[in-house]
Write a protein that binds this ligand. Structure first.
Ligand code: ADP
Length: 180
């Protein structure tokens, strides 16, 4: 695990299953129909139980680059923030939409006055976004937000499933914080 203090916020990178994490909000890599699926989405819905899918059905839709909130069912969290990242090779403005999805999550966390949030690596699974391109966008978007205090957030974690993704995020964080 990597833990880095930036202003009043602790930014963490860890390997693991995001459905097992404790945080005020856990971010789901959802699709725009909020219909559930594989990857993070499947893991979160399985662990959270059926009430979360019922809420998703009622909300019905979420634009790419945006996010919606539900309660968190059986997860160790108060809320799930369902964010929809871009599909690589399909959305022309994928980089902007990816940054926008992270921004939308942070805006909701602030709106709900949350102290901790856990992100997966949005779009880098089924949606095909190369991790080497997505990691700098994910980290920079979050770090830029930390620079724009005041913020209720005190802990921001990236929960990365596989070793390769974790390593790329770690290298990118190092590059952003300690440019040579
Ligand atoms: P997307 O459709 O946005 O690409 P995916 O869920 O397919 O979303 O993949 C996003 C990233 O999440 C990938 O790096 C994938 O390996 C990772 N992932 C899959 N399952 C989990 C999980 N349970 N916890 C955290 N990350 C996960």
């Amino acid at each position: 695990m990597i833990s880095q203090a930036i202003d009043n916020v602790t930014l963490m990178l860890m390997r693991g299953n995001i459905a097992e994490i404790s945080a005020d909000a856990i971010v789901n890599a959802a699709n725009s129909a909020l219909a559930g699926g594989g990857g993070v989405d499947g893991a979160i819905h399985r662990a959270a139980g059926p009430t979360v899918m019922q809420e998703c059905r009622q909300i019905g839709h979420c634009r790419t680059g945006s996010a919606v909130v539900t309660t968190a069912g059986s997860l160790h969290a108060r809320y799930i923030i369902h964010a929809v990242g871009p599909i690589y090779g399909h959305h022309a403005d994928a980089a902007q939409l990816l940054a926008s999805a992270y921004d939308a999550c942070i805006d909701l966390a602030e709106k709900y006055q949350l102290e901790s949030i856990a992100f997966p690596s949005l779009s880098t699974g089924a949606y095909g976004y190369p991790v080497v391109e997505a990691a700098p966008i994910a980290l920079q978007t979050v770090i830029e937000h930390i620079g724009q205090a005041p913020t209720t957030l005190r802990q921001i974690a990236f929960v990365l499933f596989d070793e390769r993704t974790f390593k790329i995020y770690a290298q990118e964080l190092e590059r952003i914080l300690r440019p040579t």
